[in-house]
Write a protein that binds this ligand. Structure first.
Ligand code: ATP
Ligand code: MG
Length: 244
């Protein structure tokens, strides 16, 4: 579904991604972790062309993301992205947030968009909140709306960039539950997260990044179970976060 081949990116002289190569198969859930500044957000943003890159290639569902191919706008609409800060439109109600891009980008009729939006809102457990504005919802609820909004676009893959790290602790679980449900339904997911419980429960693979490089890319069981086989940097990282 996603092939990242020898991708490098620079911000000026600073190499933020260094020869990154990996692939994510259909239905696979891959967790990306690593220290702050290691390039996780940048890598995930290159996948839906939010960040350009200078070297290598990224193919998503057969479409090259690097070039300005004809299929690119269409592809971007089908790659769902959920950020740390929910990025709902503050001046629009939940329902309007759920339907806007469906109508504007996918050209769906209003009734169809509404039906679809409400179906996903129901799925994230927020049907009764449909007429509220984002500011009237908790952070966890806003993030669930953001996930419903992405799902309403019928994504072929979902990208998450630390979707729970801005949330109060008691709201983390409700968002992770939605993500676990998606993973169990077979959604292809690439998730930047430090929620190692989530990684252990539903991921298939874990990618560990350091200084712009993919240092580890291995099965979940190897990543968590065979610590001695991990790189020193990954071991240090794991020992820090697993001890908390
Ligand atoms: N627009 C930019 N211009 C210059 N440097 C940038 C820009 N965006 C990010 N960087 C730098 O690139 C590096 C990687 O940033 P990135 O946001 O991808 O890291 P990250 O692994 O997601 O970190 P965090 O865990 O803190 O979110 C950092 O050193 C950052 O300062
Ligand atoms: Mg980041």
């Amino acid at each position: 579904m996603i092939a990242i081949n020898n991708v490098s990116k620079w911000f000026g002289d600073f190499r933020v991604l260094a020869d990154c190569t990996t692939r994510i198969d259909k239905g696979e859930v891959v967790v990306v972790c690593g220290p702050s500044g290691s390039g996780k957000s940048t890598l995930i943003k290159t996948v839906n062309a939010l960040e350009p890159f200078q070297q290598g290639e990224i193919i998503v569902d057969g479409v090259s993301v690097g070039g300005l191919g004809r299929g690119l706008p269409k592809l971007r609409a089908r790659v769902g992205m959920v950020f740390q800060h929910f990025e709902l439109f503050p001046h629009l109600t939940v329902t309007e947030n759920l339907t806007l891009a469906q109508v504007r980008v996918l050209g769906r009729g209003k009734a169809e968009a509404l039906a679809k939006g409400l179906r996903y809102l129901e799925r994230v457990g927020l049907a009764v909140q449909k007429d509220k504005y984002p500011a009237q919802l908790s952070g966890g609820q806003q993030q669930r709306v953001a996930i419903a909004r992405a799902l309403a676009m019928d994504p072929i893959v979902m990208l998450f960039d630390e979707p729970t790290s801005a949330l109060d602790p008691e709201m983390v679980g409700e968002v992770l539950d939605v993500m676990v449900g998606l993973a169990n339904d077979g959604m292809t997911m690439m998730c930047v997260t430090h929620e190692m419980g989530f990684a252990r429960k539903v991921s298939h693979r874990v990618i560990f990044m350091d200084e712009g490089r993919i240092v580890e890319d291995c099965g979940k069981d190897a990543f968590f179970g065979d610590i001695d086989a991990r790189s020193p940097r990954a071991r240090e990282f794991l020992s820090k976060i697993l001890n908390h």
